[in-house]
Ligand binder design. Structure first.
Ligand code: 5GP
Ligand code: MG
Length: 188
């Protein structure tokens, strides 16, 4: 698996430090006097945001609930978005709740554009968004996000929850893959 890495873009140590900073911002924005009912519902977008969520929520010592949404936009070995499809919704009763959606990466913006209205439709009082990575491309920059971990170049990345054909999610760093690896998996 490690032989397949081309470059490390963001190390696990950089991620750890940034996740702590994001948590501090989120705590400040969800505490009095900004919000009286200091309780949030965290909704990670599965599967990619799973690891980010696990790390982030353990830095937020607030009353919280977790809801789950499963969305697929890069099925199988695709390297470009195929349109986002919600295929699992396990969020509980969101009426009147302050929701914070977590996603691994903002690319075309299709995922957040479909998920945020859906959460409002389910009755959430407020819906904020947080992505670990944002790609430097016009479609990603045109979508409103409340919290961004890192800005990255418009390249295909894996690791820290992000996959290629459902592999590499367990790499601790955010990396790019060697072109030969992508060709091999796409052809398999
Ligand atoms: P969007 O809906 O903004 O186009 O894309 C968001 C979703 O596409 C992400 O949640 C992620 O699952 C997938 N995605 C976008 N860019 C990348 C990438 O560079 N690498 C991987 N592994 N997934 C990506
Ligand atoms: Mg995703």
């Amino acid at each position: 698996m490690h032989r397949d890495i081309d470059r490390v873009l963001i190390s696990q140590y950089q991620i750890m430090a940034r996740v702590r900073e994001l948590a501090q911002q989120i705590i400040a924005d969800h505490s009095p006097p900004k919000m009286n009912d200091a309780e949030i519902t965290i909704v990670p977008i599965l599967t990619g945001a799973m690891i980010f969520c696990g790390d982030l929520i353990r830095q937020i010592p607030m009353q919280m609930r977790i809801g789950l949404l499963a969305v697929s936009s890069y099925p199988g070995a695709s390297l470009t978005t195929q349109g986002s499809k919600v295929f699992g919704e396990h969020v509980g009763d969101l009426r009147g709740r302050h929701v914070l959606v977590l996603d691994d990466i903002l690319d075309s913006g299709g995922t957040l554009r479909s998920v945020v209205p859906r959460l409002r439709e389910l009755g959430a009082a407020t819906v904020k968004t947080c992505v670990l990575l944002r790609k430097d491309r016009p479609s990603a920059l045109s979508v409103h996000v409340d919290y961004v971990g890192f800005e990255i170049p418009d390249e295909f990345v894996v690791g820290y929850g992000l996959d290629y054909n459902n592999y590499y999610r367990n790499l601790p760093d955010i990396v790019t893959l060697k072109p030969a690896v992508i060709q091999r998996i796409a052809g398999s």
